[in-house]
Design a protein around this ligand. Structure first.
Ligand code: DGL
Length: 264
C-alpha cells in the first residue's frame, strides 16, 4: 500500500517545533501535518539523557499510532540525543535538525568562526561542533547553552524580561568574531528579532528549519512519498496553556485547533 497521503509527523518538547512546521506550510504544498508538542514535559534540554530518550520515544510512539509516513524531529535536543537510535529501528524516514543546521552554517560562513546557541543537552553532546567540523574541519565553533530561554518562550514571558536575559547571555559572543549564529533550538526563531538586536549586525542568523524542510522534500520525492491530497493538519499538545494557539496564529496567520492528548 502506498503511504504518500499519510501525514508527516513532527515532534518537539513544546511550541518550538511549530517554527519548523511553518517552513513546510510556507511551501503551500499538499503535505498533511501531524504535530505533537510535549508541553507537559518541557523543557527537555535540561533533563538527563535517559529521561529525554524516554520522552522522545513516547512522542514517536504517538506519531506512529497515527500512521505518519515520515518523522521530523523538530527539536534539536531530541535530534542530538535520539536520532541514531530512532533510525536504527524505524523503517520510515527520520529527519533531524543538527545535520541540516550544520549544512546551512557551512553555506553561510566565510570566516569559519561559527556561534551556536542551543539547550544544555545539545551543547553537552557537542552535536553541532561534530556536525560542522565534519563539513569544515578547521572551523571554530563557539557553542553556548541558552536553556533558560526555553521556559520564557513556553510561558510567553514579558518581552522586556526576555530581552534583558538574552542580551546578557549573548554578550558571550562579543569578542568571538563569529560571522554566523546557528539557532540550535527550535524555540529560538520565535525570539529571532530579540536575538538579532543583541548581536553584532553583521552576524548572519541561521535557522536550520529551512534546510530541514528542503531535505524532507528531497527525501519524500526520492521515496515517491509526496502527497497529492491536502486533507487536514493536526496539532496536539500534552498540556494546553494557550501559548501554542497564539503562536500558531502568529506564524500561520490562521486559527488552528490544538487538541490535548487524552481529550482526542
Ligand atoms: N525545542 C527544543 C530544541 O530544539 C527543545 C527545547 C527544550 O525543551 O529544552 O532543542
Amino acid at each position: 500500500m502506498k503511504h504518500n497521503n499519510f501525514p508527516i509527523g513532527f515532534l518537539d518538547s513544546g511550541v518550538g517545533g511549530l517554527t519548523v512546521v511553518n517552513e513546510l506550510l510556507k511551501l503551500n504544498n499538499k503535505e498533511n501535518i501531524f504535530f505533537i508538542g510535549d508541553q507537559k514535559n518541557a523543557p527537555y534540554g535540561t533533563k538527563k539523557i535517559k529521561e529525554i530518550e524516554s520522552l522522545v520515544q513516547q512522542d514517536i510512539n504517538f506519531l506512529l499510532k497515527h500512521n505518519v509516513k515520515a518523522i521530523v524531529m523538530a527539536c534539536n535536543t531530541a535530534s542530538a540525543v535520539y536520532i541514531n537510535k530512532a533510525r536504527s529501528y524505524l523503517s520510515i524516514p527520520v529527519i533531524g535538525m543538527i545535520d541540516s543546521g550544520a549544512v546551512s552554517a557551512s553555506k553561510v560562513t566565510l570566516t569559519k568562526r561559527i556561534g551556536v546557541i542551543a539547550t544544555s543537552a545539545t551543547v553537552n553532546q557537542h552535536s553541532y561542533q561534530k556536525a560542522i567540523t565534519a563539513l569544515i574541519p578547521d572551523a571554530q565553533i563557539f557553542e553556548l547553552s541558552c536553556s533558560e530561554f526555553v521556559p520564557l518562550i513556553e510561558e510567553n514571558a514579558d518581552i522586556n524580561q526576555i530581552r534583558s536575559i538574552v542580551s546578557k547571555k549573548l554578550s558571550y559572543f562579543d569578542d568571538k568574531s563569529i560571522d554566523c549564529l546557528v539557532l540550535g533550538c527550535t524555540h529560538f526563531p520565535i525570539i529571532k528579532n530579540v536575538i538579532s538586536d543583541c548581536i553584532n549586525s553583521n552576524i548572519e542568523i541561521v535557522n536550520p528549519a529551512i534546510e530541514v524542510i528542503r531535505k524532507l522534500m528531497d527525501i519524500l520525492t526520492e521515496e515517491e512519498l509526496l502527497s497529492n491530497i491536502k486533507k487536514h493538519d493536526y496539532f496536539y499538545t500534552t498540556y494546553d496553556n494557550g501559548v501554542m494557539n497564539k503562536l500558531a496564529y502568529k506564524l500561520f496567520h490562521r486559527q488552528v485547533k490544538i487538541k490535548v492528548i487524552g481529550n482526542e
